[in-house]
Design a protein around this ligand. Structure first.
Ligand code: HEM
Length: 421
């Protein structure tokens, strides 16, 4: 880690330096909205000091700066990790193989190969499956009357979606769901880091077996497309494919799940906005975009500087880790009118929930379909929901959201009658 600049040594007010962004507890204990407002206004390039043996890193909070850094894969790299856990450990073992932690020509080539697997044909098949699943699961949940929306609906739709895309047999979905939950965030505060490590390894092992099966007996799915692909005549290795399956399942599961949970929770507290959705005075598309901005499930991503980068009156030195906070950028008052107000008709709504630039989320289309179908089924089959208990928030320095959402559904009988059509 390089020597810090004068800017980094500026006195940081106590209420800012007291927030340890590496510790998942911070997000539950502090008023983070106030924190980000303060950073955007006064410390747009903030040096987060080393804490408890964890190295320091830069924190970028303004929308324009976050966009500029996402776009810049020349002076910044993802190959030393793109999330705090790997960035601060000094690297990612999948660098150069897994799309999100690969840069340069290899990233372009790999992204093109992966995009083949996300062909309009494959996506329209999966989108249709999402609609059927969302309608069925939500209709069943509404007919039961009460339940945990997180466990019964929001957990199942994303995994079924990415599972369907990858060709994961339905019988294995619940097993993989358990592993993805343990590997990224934690429903429990006291989960040991080794548990996350073991869960990640189990996912990799699971996909090694599936890749071997598909090589022997190709099907109409992403894994089979990847086993048949090459870059400049060199076929993808098993390990290349396994890392990218891992990335798709992790990237596509928790983020979408947290968005759906957050959307329903938020709508339960915003009757006016719910009314707009229910009555159709806002489009499903704009409601989906605002739900995505509001939830911002992936709070941050990060990069490592390859050269000195001047920004916001300071210098990110070559070798420094810099984190880009979607959470803050999506509430930047210089870009969004009344950013702390939920407005399902918001337009324009250029949120940064899916990142930006060369690493822009590969699954954005699918994630949008999932949220849209969930909102559509909710507004068709219900008159709304009432919370029946306090939701539990997850513990993570990467993801934000809730792991439970106990609700009572208020059925819309006329809408519900259309569920089976
Ligand atoms: C990349 C967010 C859903 C697969 C990203 C990035 C963000 C993001 C912010 C950029 C990471 C970076 O710049 O380092 C989200 C959110 C989602 C979502 C908020 C849901 C609401 C999905 C889904 C899939 C997926 C459903 C797969 C089906 C990926 C992949 C990348 C990525 C493969 C890496 C792209 C690259 O490096 O070129 N996602 N994602 N994501 N996402 Fe998503």
């Amino acid at each position: 880690m390089s020597v810090q600049t004068a800017k980094s040594r500026e006195e940081v007010p106590e209420e800012i330096s007291a927030v340890n962004l590496v510790d998942p507890k911070s997000y539950l204990e502090h008023d983070m909205d106030a924190y980000w407002r303060r950073l955007r206004a006064d410390h747009p390039l903030h040096w987060h000091p080393p804490v408890d043996g964890v190295p320091g890193f830069w924190v970028v909070s303004r929308y324009a700066d976050v966009m500029a850094l996402y776009r810049d894969n020349q002076r910044l790299t993802s190959e030393k990790g793109n999330v705090l856990v790997t960035l601060l450990a000094g690297g990612d073992s999948a660098a150069g193989q897994m799309l999100a932690v690969t840069d340069g020509q290899r990233h372009k080539d790999l992204r093109n190969v992966m995009l083949k697997a996300f062909s309009p044909r494959a996506l329209s098949k999966v989108a249709a499956l999402v609609r059927v699943n969302a309608r069925r699961m939500i209709a069943e949940a509404v007919r039961r009357g009460e339940g945990d929306f997180a466990a019964e609906v929001a957990s199942v739709i994303p995994l079924t979606t990415v599972g369907g895309l990858l060709g994961v047999p339905v019988k294995d979905h619940a097993y993989l769901l358990g592993l993805t939950k343990s590997s990224l965030s934690s429903d429990e505060a006291d989960q040991a880091p080794e548990e996350a490590f073991l869960a990640r390894n189990e996912i990799l092992l699971y996909f090694s077996d599936l890749v071997a099966e598909r090589r022997a007996d190709p099907q109409d799915d992403v894994i089979s497309t990847l086993t048949a692909s090459d870059i400049n005549g060199v076929p993808l290795t098993d390990q290349d494919i396994v890392f990218n399956c891992y990335s798709l399942i992790l990237g596509g599961d928790e983020t979408s799940r947290l968005t759906m949970i957050d959307s329903l929770y938020t709508l339960s507290r915003e009757p006016e906005q719910w009314k707009r959705l229910k009555e159709g005075s806002v489009t499903l598309e704009s409601a989906t975009e605002e739900a995505l901005r509001w939830a911002t499930p992936a709070m941050n991503f990060g990069r490592t500087a390859l050269v000195d980068v001047e920004m916001a009156g300071g210098t990110i030195k070559a070798g420094d880790v810099v984190t880009l906070w979607n959470t803050s950028a999506n509430r930047d008052e210089s870009v969004f009118d009344h950013p702390y107000v939920l407005d399902l008709g918001r337009s324009p709504n250029k949120h940064i929930t899916f990142g930006y630039g060369p690493h822009f989320c590969l699954g954005a289309y699918l994630a949008r379909v999932e949220v849209k179908e969930m909102l559509d089924a909710m507004r068709t089959f219900t008159r709304g929901v009432e919370l029946t208990g306090e939701p539990r928030r997850i513990h993570s320095n990467l993801m934000a959201g809730m792991s439970t959402l106990p609700v009572r559904f208020l059925p819309d009988e006329a809408g519900l009658a259309t569920a089976d059509s």
